[in-house]
Write a protein that binds this ligand. Structure first.
Ligand code: FAD
Length: 268
């Protein structure tokens, strides 16, 4: 029996991500939201472990009330329960404050052996929240996991994606991993799962329940700030190396090679 927590994030549908240039934050109003596609692999990895060893999967999502949809989708796939972490006081949190809030919610969720996060969220895209939760909960963490080989006693054997292959490692439990796509091909929700998800009660953990220090949540608890957001401007210059006949060709090529060797890429 293994108790698994899967933090999932609801993100704007990729094609419609828009940023507020004045505040540096993602515009979420009026934008279609989906479960972070990379979190589907974390859910799948958790379901495969549950099928092998038995246990329980709890999905935790921090976000506005509609993040409940992401939790229900995970339950429809095969998770057992979910917790929505939501409060206006949590708004403006950076990755460190997000991890602080999620950690407190996880602590109160009824125990865990393994926390499985996605590799990164497709909007914020930092990949920081998973390792930061481990840090906050004082847990060992292993990132880029592509294979969970076994879970036995208080440790699990893992495969970790590295540049030229897979690194094998053993991690003590309780612990946290972030998984990559190779960890499991996400299954589709079943009809039975959808019915269960529809009926399931999703508790909401707000600031009144979590009682977090006001200095560690929201903008106040965020040590980082988005100071500016901009699209990189890529400039192009055209220079011709001309050769009117074969005789001039070698000279032109020579000139071109010299130019390429010394030219810095143009990026403003
Ligand atoms: C400097 C800075 C300032 C920010 N300020 C604001 C702000 O003012 N307002 C605002 O709305 N956002 C803000 N954000 C965005 C906010 O911090 C992120 O949405 C959030 O911390 C998640 O980070 P990420 O998207 O990079 O997730 P990643 O670290 O890329 O996500 C990795 C994994 O962590 C888990 N995870 C991540 N987020 C959640 C979540 N919310 N619930 C459950 N699981 C989760 C998932 O398993 C996910 O796959 C800010 C971000 C930064 C870096």
């Amino acid at each position: 029996m293994i108790k698994i927590i899967v933090p999932v994030k609801q993100v704007p549908e990729t094609k419609s991500v828009k940023m507020d240039e004045a505040t540096g934050t993602v515009i979420r109003q009026g934008v279609e939201s989906i479960i972070n596609p990379l979190d589907l692999y974390a859910i799948e990895a958790a379901i495969m472990l549950k099928e092998q060893y038995g246990g329980e999967i709890t999905v935790v999502s921090m976000g506005p009330p509609q993040a409940e949809d992401a939790i229900r989708e995970a339950i429809a796939m095969g998770a057992d329960s979910g917790i929505l972490v939501s409060d206006k006081a949590f708004a403006g949190s950076d990755t460190w404050a997000t991890a602080c809030i999620l950690s407190e919610a996880i602590k109160r969720s009824g125990g865990y052996d393994l926390i499985i996060c996605g590799e990164r969220a497709t909007d914020g895209d930092t990949g920081q929240v998973g390792p930061a939760i481990a840090c906050r909960l004082n847990l060992p963490a292993a990132t880029y996991i592509n294979h969970i080989e076994s879970v036995a006693g208080n440790e699990c054997r893992l495969g970790r994606m590295v540049e030229n292959g897979t690194e094998k490692l053993t991690m003590k439990l309780p612990g946290l991993i972030t998984v990559v796509k190779e960890a499991g091909n996400p299954r589709l929700p079943t009809l039975r799962g959808k019915l269960k998800a529809k009926k399931q009660e999703i508790p909401v953990y707000n600031q009144e329940i979590l009682q977090l220090d006001a200095g560690s949540i929201g903008l106040k608890g965020s040590p980082t700030r988005v100071v500016k957001i901009f699209k990189p401007k890529v400039g192009r210059e055209c220079r011709m190396f001309q050769a009117a006949d074969d005789k001039q060709l070698a000279g032109a090529l020579d000139e071109l090679m010299k130019f390429l060797e010394h030219k810095e890429p143009v990026c403003r």
